[in-house]
Design a protein around this ligand. Sequence first.
Ligand code: NAP
Length: 257
Amino acid sequence: MHVLILGGTTEARRLAESLAAGPPAGLRVTSSLAGRVGAPRLPPGEVRVGGFGGAEGLARWLGEHAVDAVVDATHPFAGTISSNAAAAAAATGVPLLVLRRPGWAPVAGDVWHETGSLEEAAGLLPSLGRRVFLTTGRLGLAAFAALEDLWFLVRSVDAPQAPAPARMEVLLDRGPFTLQGERELLRRHAVDVVVTKDSGGQATAPKLTAAREAGLPVVVVRRPPVPPGVPIVPAPEAAAAWITARLHRGGTPPDPG
Ligand code: NAP
């Protein structure tokens, strides 16, 4: 049985690691990365890098490589590859599971402003603060480029390119981040508003706690929807169970419930 993991996330890597640690007999795993990050943390096992060429290209790849099941473990905001995976699975009949970490939810003391897009987030910012901690990734900076009166601390894995805000300091870093580190960062840069995607997970959540403690507003960009009709699990363990159950039964995967 050949499983394709669409990756680029901690969860995808953990799934590949758990399958590599005690591989059930007869299981072949290939992880796929988009190739956006200069020096990605590679998962164990076979890895391929680069786009497939849309839903049709992915469907063709599944056929050419005799893939029996696909786990879409991409980032919650990687909406294109997720809809491509759903279309390719529907076209080929290859079973598809979405592995998606749960989103964050506000708790008492949080001052969240939820928006549907980066552009909407940018529109809100001038009413919320002047010194922005922007953690939405280097590829969406164009949405904030026109905000010339605001100062931005941009944290990203790789260096951003124009268009980007004129008044910007870049911090190249990759999670996980600590609460103490995030407290210190907000204080040192006199941040008065934080912008984040609802990425979910523990690795980047401490900024939310630090913002709450400091009484700062947080603009939270909501996730795009998961393609309808595709089963979803929240953790790598459940995805591994879906794969092994399918391997052992050789038939329709169980409903992950
Ligand atoms: P996207 O907008 O959904 O995808 C754009 C195109 O990139 C896709 O159409 C596909 O090209 C290619 N692609 C994306 N993920 C791929 C994968 N795992 N393997 C092979 N090709 C892939 O995705 P994105 O937001 O640019 O994210 C790219 C990658 O970075 C994803 O793997 C995601 O898990 C990871 N990531 C994204 C974010 C984020 O905030 N968006 C954050 C952390 C990590 P073709 O159409 O040519 O197949």
